[in-house]
Each structure stands twice: as C-alpha cells, then as structure tokens.
Design a protein around this ligand. Structure first.
Ligand code: ZN
Length: 331
C-alpha cells in the first residue's frame, strides 16, 4: 500500500503542477520534467485481472506501453472534463493529461450481452464530493451492453450559502491537497446551473425529456452507497432553493448489489476494489477519479454476471421516505 500511496501522491503533484498553477491558456512549457512522475505511474493502466502486486512491481520498470502514450495512465485534464480545456492543440499538454474517458477494461466482454439488466440501456455512475455543500458533480454514462463509457458530465460546484472566505478554506482543505484547487476556482458554478446543464446533457443523450422533466429514460444512477442521492442531493436542493428533480427518485447502490452477488459486505469503494483486485487509479476523493474507479468496479461485476437492479426508491409525494428494495443491504 505504501507504494500505491506514493504513486498517488506523485499523481497529485503532477496535477498540482498543471491544474493548480498553469492556466489552460498558458503557452509556456511546464516544469513537469523535473518531477520523477512518469515511471511510477507508467503502468497504472493495468487490466482489472492483474493483481495489485503485479501492477506495483511493474510500475518501477519502464513499461512496454510507455512508447504508446494512449495506453499509459495519466491524470485527467480537469479543464477538459468541464469542457474548458483550451490546450487541445498542445502536444505536450496532451501527453501529460488524459483527454479521454475510455476505461480500458481488459475483461472478456465477449460473452457479456446485457442479459442481466434488460430494462436498462445505460448506467450513470455518480459520485458527489462535498460534505457541507456539493463541490463536485461527476457522472459517467456507461453503455449497459458494451460496458464502455459513452459520455461524461463533470462540473465543479460553487456553494451558494457560504461566505467567500469559508469557501476558500473549504476548497483549500478539500482540493488543495489534491492539487486541483486552482481548477476548481477557475471553473466552479452554482448547483442550480449545474443541474440545468446536466439536464441539457441528459436530453442530448436521450436519457431525459426536458419538457416532461420526469424520471430517466432507459437509464439508472449507480452510486457507491446511498448518501449521494438519498441524502446529499435533497439537502443541496433545499440549500439551493429548488425542487428535487424527479430523476433522483431511484438509484442503484453498488454496495447492495455487491453484497447480494458476492455474498460479502464491502464498506466502501476501496474494499470492493481490493477484493476484486482492481488497483485504484488517480486521487481518492477527487470525484471524477472516484467515478472512474467505481465504473471499473461496475464493469468487473457485470462481467462476473452481477444483476443490476434498482436498490432504493423514494415516493415523489413524500421524498423523505426511501424504500430499500433489497432485504440484505449495507446500512
Ligand atoms: Zn486539457
């Protein structure tokens, strides 16, 4: 674990050196070469079938993959994820930062034909960040048939009921240590606006009808735990003085599916990843990285034959009461 932590902290450093200090429009070359980053993260893009130990030991040696920049793990460009990267022509930038959401799963998907989730065409993996108010809203859209990421939506969220001073402290404490506080300040928008943009995004992908403003069409949210949709979204809606959207009436808690499928409890994402021998990539508690890691757990479980079903539902007439559909669940 020590080595993995080190790799993660280097990743943070790498991010820090760009996302935190260099604006996306800067044309100067970065000082990344002084950081001994590459070799340590070279083979982080390992398949889920490789063991954690293998991935760590091989990361000390230049991987054969290093010749191909597309197969090397790199931190996401957080300006890009929010549609604000202005450096897409800069080859140095493209080499350093990932601009693709593809999750290379080396699992054998050939036999997997979405036979288990017939009524769902897409999974929307969501993993919010922010304890007081929501600070980050990342969603990955996964095709239930191919298990590939087909689209993504990511916004940093600016709290609406906090003083600027408090927001600054909050962001420093939360994102400062991950080295992404600068990009947060550059891009965060209020939750209300995030929801407007999210609905436009869902409509564009035929997941949602803006006029009907109803539940999701052929898709379901997938979260790690119930907190995101059960607790945090309604809280934030209250703070932001808006109605709870109808598409937040039901969701799939991956931990409940995990418990009922593998017959063992997983307290969190880290446990699931350890048990399934999926190495954690990126920075834990950076929402966009967590979302990708959860999506990789989801891919793994689907390939193993797990059945994804709605695990929790609330009544639109009394949204505070939530019905849990699995008897056996993580409380
Ligand atoms: Zn970029």
């Amino acid at each position: 674990m020590e080595v993995l932590k080190m790799a993660n902290s280097r990743v943070s450093l790498l991010r820090h050196s760009f996302n935190s200090f260099v604006p996306p429009s800067a044309t100067s070359t970065f000082s990344l070469s002084i950081l001994p980053t590459r070799r340590f993260i070279v083979s982080a893009s390992i398949s889920s079938k490789e063991s954690l130990v293998d991935s760590i030991s091989s990361s000390a040696i230049p991987s054969t993959d290093s010749a191909n920049p597309n197969t090397r793990w790199k931190p996401m460009c957080l300006y890009y994820t929010q549609e604000k990267c202005t450096m897409m022509q800069d080859s140095t930038h493209l080499q350093k930062f990932n601009h693709s959401f593809s999750l290379k799963h080396a699992l054998n998907a050939a036999g997997y034909k979405n036979k288990h989730s017939e009524h769902l065409d897409f999974f929307l993996v969501l993993d919010l960040e922010g304890k007081v108010e929501i600070l980050e809203f990342p969603v990955l859209m996964i095709d239930a048939r191919t298990m590939d990421v087909v689209a993504f939506f990511h916004r940093f969220v600016r709290p609406s009921e906090m003083s600027e001073e408090r927001v600054n402290q909050y962001i420093e404490g939360k994102y400062g240590k991950l080295g992404v506080d600068r990009v947060w300040h550059d891009t965060a928008i209020p939750f209300k606006e995030v929801i407007v943009q999210f609905e436009e995004w869902m409509a564009k992908h035929s997941l949602f009808n803006e006029e009907l403003s109803g539940p999701l069409n052929r898709a379901a949210f997938v979260t790690c735990g119930n907190w995101d949709i059960k607790t945090k979204i309604p809280q934030q809606c209250q703070v932001s003085k808006m109605k709870l959207p109808l598409y937040f009436m039901e969701w799939i808690n991956l931990k409940d599916i995990y418990l009922n499928f593998y017959k063992r409890r997983a307290a969190g994402m880290r446990t699931m990843m350890n048990e399934l021998k999926i190495p954690m990539l990126g920075s834990h508690h950076l929402g966009i990285d967590d979302t990708k890691n959860i999506a990789r757990v989801l891919q793994h479980m689907l390939t193993d034959g797990a059945v994804l079903k709605i695990t929790a539902r609330r009544d639109p007439r009394s949204p505070e009461s939530v019905e849990f559909l699995f008897e056996n669940r993580i409380k």
